[in-house]
Design a protein around this ligand. Structure first.
Ligand code: HEC
Length: 154
C-alpha cells in the first residue's frame, strides 16, 4: 500500500517532465521540484481516471498497468496517436465513427485492422473526464514500463 502511494507521484513527475521535452534529444537530468499540492491534485485525477476506465473500458481493454503479455494497445499511446495526441484521443473516444467518416487515416486503419470490431461513442465524457483518463493511462503505462506495480494482478 505504501509503495502504491509513493509510486503515483513519482510516476506523475516522470510523465510531466517527459511531456515538456521537445524533439528527440534528451535534456540533461534536472532533479524535479516537487510541488506537493500540484502532485496531490494529479493523484486525485489519476484515481478518478482509473475509476472511469474500470467503469467504461475494462469490458474490452485490459487496464494499461496490467502485466499481461498481449497488452500493448495503451503502450506509449500518446506518442502513437496522431498529433496533437490528446485532442485526437478525445475525438476518438467520443465518436470514432465520425473521425473515420472525416477521412482520418489512423482510425480507419485501426478499425480495419480489428475487423471493424467496435466504435467508441462516449459523447457523455466531459473534458474533465477525458483529462482524467489521459493522466491515468499515461501514468499507469509508464509505471508498467518501469516495473512499478500500481495494482496487484489478479
Ligand atoms: C466493446 C468493446 C470496447 C470498449 C467498451 C472500449 N473499447 Fe477501446 N477499442 C476496442 C476495439 C475493438 C478497438 C480496436 C479498434 C476498433 O475495432 O475500432 C479499440 C481501440 C481503442 C484505442 C486505440 C488504440 C490504438 O492502438 O491506437 C483506444 C485509445 C481505446 N480503444 C480506448 C478506449 C477507452 C479509453 C475506452 C473507455 C472509455 C474504450 N476504449 C472502450 C474495443 C472497446
Amino acid at each position: 500500500m505504501r509503495k502504491y502511494i509513493l509510486a503515483i507521484p513519482t510516476a506523475i513527475i516522470i510523465i510531466v517532465s517527459c511531456k515538456q521535452k521537445t524533439g528527440n534529444e534528451k535534456p540533461p537530468y534536472v532533479a524535479p521540484f516537487v510541488d506537493s499540492t500540484y502532485a496531490m491534485q494529479k493523484v486525485e485525477e489519476f484515481k478518478k481516471g482509473k475509476i472511469l476506465f474500470s467503469e467504461n473500458c475494462t469490458g474490452c481493454h485490459f487496464p494499461p498497468e496490467k502485466q499481461v503479455s498481449d497488452q500493448y494497445m495503451f503502450e506509449n499511446l500518446f506518442e502513437k496517436l496522431p498529433a496533437p495526441a490528446e485532442d485526437y484521443f478525445a475525438k476518438y473516444i467520443r465518436d470514432d465513427a465520425a473521425l473515420r467518416k472525416s477521412g482520418d487515416k489512423y482510425s480507419n486503419a485501426l478499425y480495419e485492422n480489428y475487423n471493424r470490431a467496435y466504435s467508441h461513442a462516449f459523447s457523455k465524457f466531459s473534458q474533465n473526464d477525458i483529462d482524467q483518463l489521459i493522466i491515468y493511462i499515461r501514468v499507469a503505462d509508464k509505471a508498467k514500463q518501469n516495473g512499478v506495480l500500481l495494482i496487484k494482478d489478479k
